[in-house]
Design a protein. Structure first.
Length: 304
């Protein structure tokens, strides 16, 4: 007689029966939680599926601590970090009541680590590994309870005046003596990425000729080009499209959200995350251009 086959591992997407068994609840209770929007769920062709990683986060968020445990102070309802046109639009449209304090990925991540925000948007390249966000987040947030969720892949490249009168076609053209560059502040994702791309092509980032003032946001990059304070910039396709500027694609980057794990299932963040599953959100991403939402909501890292 052959040995008994071991049970299959728990799938990444669980059915109603599987999640009921996993939580040791009845299936009727699962349907009740779904109806009250109290449990993470996705609907695929009318079928309810439950991402196991999100169920684990949901359980952690509902963990009851002993009475003598001193819980940390709640974080302010603020999203820090890098600006993103789709994120800013979704915050306004979702009614999540979260404020935006967007001053760059590096500054935002430090603010999150210090407890000054409930979420942080970032697109930080770890040049050594070639990966975005996860390595730097895991090093910066040791001991901090967080979850890193994927937001979108974004197409990035050169932003130029309409019609590209100077014939700029690639990174090497940024080093021409007549080209002034709408640079981003040090520590921002765009500042790091454009320099990594220059080094990849054997070009010296020190040879860039920055415009007088750094562009704090993607919109500032577009404004610098429109107002002729710079002849080139580096930003996402969506920013170029929004202002009718010429775009030369160079790379795709990962934009992720690091969230306070205790707050993931509180109403503000739930309102925002629920809105990302609507048709209106998908259509806005299509209209902006340069967004790939394939893995939106995927758990990239889970700390402390």
């Amino acid at each position: 007689m052959s040995a008994r086959r071991p049970p299959d591992p728990m799938p990444d997407l669980m059915t109603v029966k599987e999640v009921a068994d996993y939580l040791r609840l009845g299936e009727r209770k699962i349907y009740d939680l779904v109806a009250r929007r109290s449990i993470p769920v996705v609907k695929v062709t009318g079928k309810l599926l439950f991402p196991r990683a999100h169920i684990d986060l949901w359980l952690t968020a509902h963990l009851q601590q002993p009475e003598d445990v001193v819980l940390p102070q709640p974080r302010p309802p603020v999203i820090s970090g890098s600006d993103d046109l789709l994120l800013e639009w979704a915050v306004r449209q979702s009614g999540c009541k979260l404020a935006l304090l967007l001053d760059g990925s590096g500054v935002g991540l430090r603010r999150f680590a210090e407890g000054g925000a409930v979420a942080c948007g970032l697109h930080l390249l770890d040049e050594a590994s070639g990966r975005f966000n996860t390595p730097l987040v895991e090093r910066s947030l040791a001991g901090v309870p967080y979850v890193l969720l994927h937001w979108a892949r974004r197409e990035t490249g050169l932003v130029l005046p309409q019609g590209n009168p100077q014939g700029i076609r690639g990174l090497a053209d940024l080093l021409r003596p007549e080209v002034t560059f709408a640079d981003r502040p040090p520590g921002t994702g765009a500042h790091l990425l454009v320099r990594a791309l220059l080094r990849r092509d054997g070009l010296d980032p020190q040879a860039l000729r920055p415009a007088e003032a750094a562009a704090v946001s993607e919109t500032d990059v577009a404004a610098a080009i429109l107002e002729r304070r710079a002849t080139a910039g580096f930003a996402v396709r969506a920013a170029a499209n929004r202002f009718g500027l010429t775009f030369v694609p160079l790379a795709w980057e990962d934009f992720d959200l690091v969230l306070d794990r205790r707050a993931v299932f509180e109403p503000p963040l739930q309102a925002l995350l629920h809105f990302t599953r609507t048709a209106a959100f998908a259509e806005r991403a299509r209209l902006f251009g340069g967004y790939d939402l394939t893995d939106l909501g995927a758990v990239r890292s889970n700390g402390a």
